[in-house]
Design a protein. Structure first.
Ligand code: SF4
Length: 396
């Protein structure tokens, strides 16, 4: 049982589901959920096609409620993107720069520590991802993490996506296993899970050619889990993928979780088309975002937490996502670059009170957690926040 879950939540779920009258054409899904049977590819596609989103959302909310009651989790972190210089050029990416670009940057170890020092009293996690720097191998990151851990022992280091791990391993002539083991010894606490995009190699060839393959993404996470490094997993949707690709993506993550139980949280986020290079992509509608959150909750019966990524969704949709099956919200960051450059207008100076207000507006209780979901404290929001919106296409 994952930390934070209600005891015997599966039998609670059966009870809760039996108290509602469900439409006949959803009974096969409800029956499976009631018996904790994993939904199939066909079930997932059916849910994406199902006309009544409110019912899907209600179903997902019940699963969330059985598992976590009316709690919603968050932690207090800061995002520091160590460099935007990248040897790849993924088509959806508005963040990366070539080395000679005017606004290319790289934070040396001391710059990074200096930056973190500004926030370290207020955060318990630093979340760091960045470009594939052509020269930063294992020595650089081992030095970065060990100095960070030494200076800020209370700050959990959640850093490096799978492709960054692959890049560091390759530059350093090490296996993935040895790279992760060395990084763990240096202070790396967990992997954030970015870079999964869509786990289908034909889609990846178009949107992120040269990045790790689907199997490599899974293998890097498998290796991390076996080394005792927990990870998150993500899905970037709304580029060129089909509904089947989305459902298969979830199934692949679920299958790895059956093997390792190392995923803590699934974070689905829509592609924000501004300023990047996939002209055919459409900005996700609010209803599409909510449907993906709800279906994630229903498909991923073995990944405990589903996160509403506020920097990407905005306040209003995040609040609704918490009523459509999400139990976790990210967004107490004081700075973040990647989503901002890709079109997000969510404020960059969030604090706990604003985030907690979103949680309480959704009818839930905000619970501050640590990165690994092993310590929990109820948070009482003291003030009413200013609300801001993310531009979102109007949908059906
Ligand atoms: S998504 Fe990551 S790997 Fe791809 S271009 Fe951007 S920074 Fe580089």
């Amino acid at each position: 049982m994952a930390d934070g879950e209600a005891p015997n939540w599966q039998s609670t779920l059966s009870d809760l589901l039996s108290q509602d009258k469900w439409p006949e054409d959803l009974s096969h899904i409800v029956d499976k959920l009631s018996q904790n049977i994993a939904l199939s590819l066909e079930d997932g596609k059916y849910l994406f096609d199902y006309r009544n989103l409110d019912i899907i959302g209600h179903l997902a909310a019940i699963v969330k409620r059985a598992r976590f009651e009316n709690k919603v989790f968050f932690n207090v972190n800061v995002h520091i993107n160590q460099t935007n210089i990248c040897t790849l050029a993924c088509k959806f990416c508005a963040f990366r720069r070539g080395r000679r670009a005017e606004d290319a940057y790289q934070m040396e170890v001391e710059d990074y520590i200096e930056d973190l020092r500004k926030y370290s009293e207020h955060v318990d996690e630093v979340h760091s991802v960045g470009g594939l720097h052509p020269e930063w191998g294992i020595e650089h990151y081992a030095d970065l993490f060990s100095k960070t851990r030494k200076e800020f022992p209370h700050v959990h280091i959640k850093a490096l996506t799978a492709v960054e791990v692959k890049h560091v391993a390759k530059l350093s002539g090490l296996s993935i296993h040895d790279t992760l083991a060395r990084l763990k010894d240096s202070g790396l606490g967990s992997l954030p899970g970015g870079g999964a995009e869509i786990l289908d190699d034909e889609v990846r060839e178009v949107i992120c050619r040269g990045k790790e393959s689907s199997e490599e993404y899974l293998e890097i996470h498998r290796t991390a889990h076996r080394l005792g490094i927990p990870t998150n997993c993500t899905m970037l949707y709304g580029t060129i993928e089909s509904i089947e690709h989305r459902v298969m993506h979830m199934i692949k993550l679920r299958e790895l979780q059956n093997e390792t139980s190392g995923f803590q949280c699934f974070v689905p986020y829509p592609f924000l088309p501004d300023d990047s290079r996939l002209p055919d992509a459409q900005l996700a509608t609010g209803t599409e975002v909510l449907r993906v959150i709800a279906i994630s909750r229903l498909m991923l019966n073995n990944i405990p937490h589903i996160k509403a990524y506020r920097m990407n969704l905005g306040d209003e949709i995040s609040e609704l996502a918490l009523q459509f099956g999400a139990d976790d919200i990210d967004g107490t960051v004081q700075k973040e670059s990647i989503m901002h450059l890709a079109g997000s207008t969510a404020p960059l100076d969030h604090d706990k009170a604003k985030l907690a207000k979103i949680v309480s507006n959704s009818g839930s209780i905000p619970i501050q957690r640590n990165t690994t979901y092993s310590s929990f404290v109820e948070f009482v929001p003291p003030t009413i926040p200013e609300r801001r919106s993310l531009r979102m296409a109007v949908g059906d």
